[in-house]
Design a protein around this ligand. Structure first.
Ligand SMILES: [Zn+2]
Length: 205
């Protein structure tokens, strides 16, 4: 993933502090656009400039628009001081395919920001979750995006020092079986102890 600075000049730099607790995903609602174009559109609306922290084009290049610690202007109210706003080039209300390069960069950027700010997966939300909008569009590959970003298999692999690829291969299966064996052994070992006591089940017999 490549992050480039869009080098935008904002109307003013009187930003409020932003403490990211959410990651909010948008589409540009424009099939073709650039970070500069979005900046111009938002300036014309009388805003400071581009409302999002990041823009991801269809080639998968990530453009930094606002600094993470600057408030955004992409959602309603105080959430702008508690989130990272990411806008994807395209109109996924009408377009049905998100380019792989774009989706891959989105997954990487979101994973990176989740780790940086300790943001849980349930706080990664589409714009429409917070407002009466269809953004990021009905065809946005939300399920793919979420499952690529939050993959319990990958998490398991990471925790147990395996190659983190999300694929349940021989090594991952071997690790799972070993864990099951350990649990089984531990339970067997405890069985004898349990039988020696008057457990709650026995009291009522
Ligand atoms: Zn939006």
């Amino acid at each position: 993933m490549q992050i480039k600075d869009a080098h935008l000049t904002f109307r003013d730099y009187d930003f409020k502090p932003n403490e990211p607790g959410y990651i909010i995903i948008h589409h540009a609602a424009a099939i073709k656009c650039t970070a500069d174009a979005i900046h111009e559109w938002h300036l014309k609306r009388g805003w400071k400039g581009a409302a999002y922290q990041y823009f991801i084009d269809k080639k998968g290049i990530v453009w930094r628009m606002r600094q993470d610690h600057w408030n955004g202007g992409h959602v309603k109210g105080s959430l702008n001081r508690n989130s990272i706003g990411i806008c994807c080039e395209g109109n996924y209300e009408t377009e049905t395919e998100m380019p792989t390069a774009q989706l891959t960069s989105l997954v990487q950027l979101v994973s990176f920001k989740m780790a940086e700010y300790n943001i849980p997966i349930d706080k990664v939300t589409p714009h429409k979750y917070h407002a009466d909008t269809s953004c990021p569009g009905k065809n946005f590959p939300w399920i793919d995006f979420k499952s690529m970003t939050f993959n319990p298999i990958k998490q398991f692999q990471e925790e147990y020092g395996l190659k983190v690829d999300g694929i349940v291969g021989k090594r991952t299966i071997a690790k799972v079986l070993k864990l099951i064996q350990i649990i089984h052994t531990a339970r067997e070992a405890l069985k004898g102890e349990r039988d020696g006591f008057n457990g709650s089940n026995e009291v009522h017999k």
